[in-house]
Design a protein around this ligand. Structure first.
Ligand code: WT7
Length: 674
């Protein structure tokens, strides 16, 4: 990617979007009743944190229980390898469980709602969750898991997933959760990359009423793992008679048997250094190879906890509902670690919002009297399309706050959410952040700031976010530029697993003086375009790298392209994102065939299957267009911008620098013909 080309794209796109947005721009004040009870309601916090940086972050660390106090808030002697709360020692599982037992042992920690209605919902009190986490921690240990061994989890939204995560945290074994919707290949790639010898998975789960065979996919993935493994299999379907009749292999054990064998076991939480790895999370980048983002015990947990308290306004008595999947960072930070560290009740829902009917989410909120809902713009756009009759069927008055995450939210969807779900009483927090940032970065503090639909908000207190141009100068308000973070923060990734060099290249090199050891010379670049207004509110415009955001899920174009060129008969492929009403972005593929092959329906199906096998159904192309050639510059670079124009049905941009200008119209005609 050439940054300047992408910059132009963001600039023009940004200006159009800005115009559309300004027309609608309005300011919404949080309701008085919300402000009065908010965890954070003092506007001075911004100034205080700025003046008292980095010590201000003691406020985050103070939310946790430390076995040994830290000596230093921030060690910035070796940027960009920052260390937070150095010398401190703690255990994440003890922070999420043990310390709540005295006061909240009988309160619900997890309310789990299975997809089949009212069949097998489960409540885990803190006491019960603590017990099962201990039993499973003992079992993992007995199976040979030692401190610092990476344990992979390939599981859907069932309670055993957070149980396994917390059991790992208890014994100091970092977890690496792979989204259950990812393919067998994706699982193998991640287990190989992390040299992970342990897998926790399950037999299957429900999707829109049907049982889905998950173990079969897990087994296919395991076949691609290069080293010996031990697998624990949770029996999710068994009691319902929907079992697929799997026989466990010799290196596979049943979760239920393991836990029963260790009934009543107690495992002393392992003392972890603040900087010890809590987990790895693989995410897509600009190359074909997913990167393992490393998060730590002290900094990450403080960040998840502090942002949960101040932005989601979580209190112990809440019943908080985040509809994300734990297989993504949102679920790690805002279903598991943030809420449980605060001793609240966190909800988990196994299914989709439209099963058995399009009011399922609202039904759950009414039944459990949920106090917050944190979801994604893609879901909100779908709700809006289905119509307000579905939420209108239910009493949603228990809700106090609404949140969104994952991609920009258009003002119309924001207002629909505010009005029809929040009854104009609940503040909406539009939270910008990334897998790498560990938690929220840019959003309004709901008890302090007004909201502007379409703009995420100002940076949180204690963060220095600036919008820069290509030269590294701050852009004027209203102009598009690049989002940058100028100072480190506790929740930041520490590196990419086993790849310090790529860590620097991907996130720092663009705007830093990489030869310097002065932290002021280091700037974090999240690869998003953005603009800022006169009040410091930031509107995020989207990725400026070759990364797509499909339904709030991050996908690398290179990953998809390499899956496509792996299909027999394909010569070359270019993948771009096109606008999509519900998904935000959708995958569009432009493909040339090898001599002797033609763009037949069979080949198209093989391509779709190839993408699903390599990554998963989320990456399935919306359209596959066969073309004799791809639009290329004289130097052979594919002009993705023109393909984006085609995907969006827009007028074509400048084709004069192409060596084959005629091809663009030809592709356009082919795309339209389908
Ligand atoms: C990318 C990060 C954060 C957890 C879920 C996604 C985009 C995220 C917003 C928002 C505009 C957003 C960015 C970011 N993004 N939140 N509120 N407004 N864009 O995590 O997979 O690491 O993706 O999602 O482009 O870089 P992720």
């Amino acid at each position: 990617m050439s940054m300047s080309v992408e910059y132009d794209r963001i600039m023009t796109e940004g200006d159009n979007q800005l115009e559309a947005r300004l027309a609608e721009q309005e300011v919404f004040e949080p309701s008085k009743s919300f402000v009065e009870q908010a965890n954070v309601s003092d506007p001075e916090i911004y100034e205080e944190f700025e003046e008292n940086w980095p010590e201000c972050w003691e406020a985050a660390a103070d939310l946790l229980e430390w076995e040994t106090d830290y000596d230093q808030v921030l060690d910035d002697s070796d940027p960009p390898f920052y260390e937070w709360f150095t010398g401190g020692e703690l255990n994440a599982s003890a922070n999420c469980l043990d310390r709540h037992l005295d006061e909240r042992g009988d309160e619900a920690a997890i309310e789990w709602v299975g997809e089949p209605v009212d069949e097998d919902d489960r409540t885990y009190t803190y006491e019960e969750l603590h017990r099962e986490v201990n039993e499973f921690a003992a079992a993992l240990r007995e199976r040979g898991v030692e401190e610092d061994d990476v344990v992979t989890m390939y599981m859907p939204m069932i309670p055993e997933l957070p149980i396994a995560m917390l059991a790992c945290a208890r014994i100091g074994a970092p977890h690496s959760v792979v989204f259950a919707g990812f393919s067998a290949d994706a699982l193998a790639t991640r287990m190989n990359s992390a040299e992970s010898e342990y897998l926790v998975t399950c037999d299957g789960y429900y999707r829109r009423g049907d049982p889905l065979d998950h173990l079969d996919k897990a087994n296919q993935g395991l076949a691609g793992v290069e080293h010996d493994t031990t697998t624990v299999v949770v029996d999710r379907l068994g009691p319902n008679g929907d079992d697929f009749g799997h026989d466990l292999g010799g290196d596979q054990v049943d979760y239920g048997d393991l836990v029963a064998e260790h009934e009543g076991a107690e495992v002393e939480p392992v003392t972890r250094d603040a900087e010890d790895m809590l987990f790895l999370m693989y995410t897509s980048g600009t190359t074909g190879k997913p990167k393992g983002v490393k998060h730590t015990t002290g900094g990450y947990l403080s960040w998840a906890s502090w942002t949960s308290q101040s932005v989601l306004d979580i209190e112990p008595d809440d019943t908080y509902f985040c509809s994300a999947d734990i297989g993504w960072i949102t679920g790690h930070s805002y279903i598991v670690y943030g809420p449980l560290s605060l001793g609240t009740t966190t909800m988990m829902y196994e299914g989709t919002p439209d099963h058995p009917e399009r009011d399922r989410l609202w039904e759950i909120i009414e039944e459990y009297e949920a106090t917050q809902l944190y979801t994604a713009p893609t879901a909100i756009r779908a709700f809006m399309k289905w119509g307000e009759e579905f939420p209108d069927r239910h009493d949603l008055s228990s809700l106090r706050l609404l949140g969104t995450v994952g991609e920009p939210i258009n003002p119309r969807a924001w207002k629909w959410y505010y009005r029809h779900i929040g009854d104009e009483e609940c503040p909406v927090v539009d939270t910008w952040w990334q897998t790498e940032t560990g938690g929220m970065m840019v959003t309004t503090l709901p008890g302090v700031k007004d909201m502007k639909p379409g703009a995420a908000g100002p940076a949180l207190p204690g963060l220095d976010v600036q919008i820069l141009d290509t030269f590294g100068d701050e852009v004027e308000p209203g102009k598009a530029g690049y989002l940058t973070v100028q100072k480190p923060w506790p929740g930041m990734l520490r590196t990419l697993y086993n790849n310090d060099e790529r860590y620097i290249d991907e996130y720092w090199a663009e705007y830093s003086d990489t030869g310097s050891d002065d932290p002021d010379d280091w700037v974090y670049f999240p690869e998003d375009g953005a603009k800022i207004d006169d009040d410091g509110y930031i509107t995020v415009l989207g990725r400026v790298d070759d990364v797509l955001n499909v339904s709030g899920h991050r996908l690398g174009t290179m990953e998809i392209e390499s899956a496509i060129v792996g299909v027999e008969g394909v010569a070359e492929a270019a993948v771009v994102g096109g606008n999509h009403d519900i998904k935000g972005e959708a995958v569009y593929a432009y493909v040339t065939t090898e001599d002797g092959y033609e763009g037949t329906d069979e080949l198209r199906e093989a391509i779709v299957a190839g993408v699903e096998d390599a990554i998963g159904p989320i990456a399935r192309p919306e359209q596959v267009v066969f073309t004799p050639d791809l639009p290329k510059t004289r130097s052979g670079k594919i002009m993705r911008r023109l393909l984006e124009n085609i995907a969006d049905g827009e007028e074509l941009g400048n084709t004069s620098t192409l060596r084959n200008p005629d091809i663009v119209e030809e592709i356009q005609q082919k795309a339209n013909a389908e």
